[in-house]
Design a protein around this ligand. Structure first.
Ligand code: 0L1
Ligand code: MG
Length: 255
């Protein structure tokens, strides 16, 4: 039988000590339902330490990432207040194993949605965002079950200024800049064809796991480009056409 609590403790320790662990699936048979149970137990440990849930994130939302993992369904993870980095704030790279950043779009919920609810009726605002991901597995290598258990690599997120949702969200240009240089370009179309679909997926998948999405919560829709490593001393900015920017600085001496 899978020892969910022990697997969650192993991932929690890896995150807290910024020391990679081996893939859980190297030791136990794990499929998606069991992996989500580990994720639940993992985040429960954070909540027991005083953190609180502030939203959910969608992962593997681009065709490229899905193909890389050999799946055709998105995955999701839990966001807590301790993961929320103020816009323009600092991240301690030494507190992470091999952090990466990716540009995203964030939604602010106005009310609790149920499956089939209309996006416009449930979402109060949209913002440019950055997600900080950090796999707790060595070499950033994992199976689908491993990454689900690891809270889909969630480590932190930045939300830029909220603004009312514009009419078209499905093809906004996205830039990821490091130290003022554009290192990735993309489009919000890379997020499930339209980031609003990430909202539907969040309602469906988190709801199936018993999560009630609450007013004021954030839904991180997914990445619009590949993630890039976060180097100490660097300044990273996401620019989303018509929405604005979100940024962070990585603390630490430049290599
Ligand atoms: O947010 C994401 O799309 C990450 C999902 C997990 C895969 C990865 O860590 O790249
Ligand atoms: Mg992401």
């Amino acid at each position: 039988m899978t020892d969910t609590a022990a697997l969650a403790a192993r991932l929690d320790t890896a995150a807290r000590e910024a020391a990679a662990t081996t893939q859980l699936t190297a030791d136990v048979a794990l499929a998606a339902p069991g992996a989500y149970a580990v994720q639940r137990a993992l985040v429960a440990r954070r909540l027991a330490r005083g953190e609180r849930m502030v939203g959910v994130k969608m992962g593997l939302t681009s065709r490229a990432k899905m193909a890389q993992m050999g799946v055709d369904e998105v995955i999701w993870g839990r966001l807590t207040d301790a993961m929320w980095i103020p816009d323009g704030g600092a991240v301690d790279t030494a507190a992470h194993i091999h952090p990466r950043v990716e540009p995203e779009v964030a939604f602010l919920l106005d009310r609790t949605p149920v499956v089939g609810d209309d996006f416009a009726a449930c979402v109060r605002a949209v913002a440019p965002a950055l997600e900080l991901i950090d796999s707790r597995y060595a070499d950033f290598r994992f199976t689908l079950a491993d990454v689900i258990a690891d809270n889909t690599s969630a480590a932190g997120f930045v939300v830029g200024p909220w603004r009312p949702v514009p009419d078209g969200l499905d093809n906004l240009g996205v830039l990821l800049e490091v130290d003022g240089e554009v290192v990735q370009t993309g489009s919000t179309a890379a997020i499930l064809g339209d980031p609003r679909r990430a909202f539907d997926a969040a309602v469906r998948l988190a709801g199936a796991d018993g999560i009630t999405l609450a007013p004021g919560w954030v839904v991180l829709a997914g990445a619009a480009t590949a993630a890039v490593p976060l180097a100490p001393g660097s300044h990273v900015r996401a620019v989303v056409e018509g929405l604005g920017t979100a940024s962070l600085t990585a603390r630490g001496a430049r290599p």
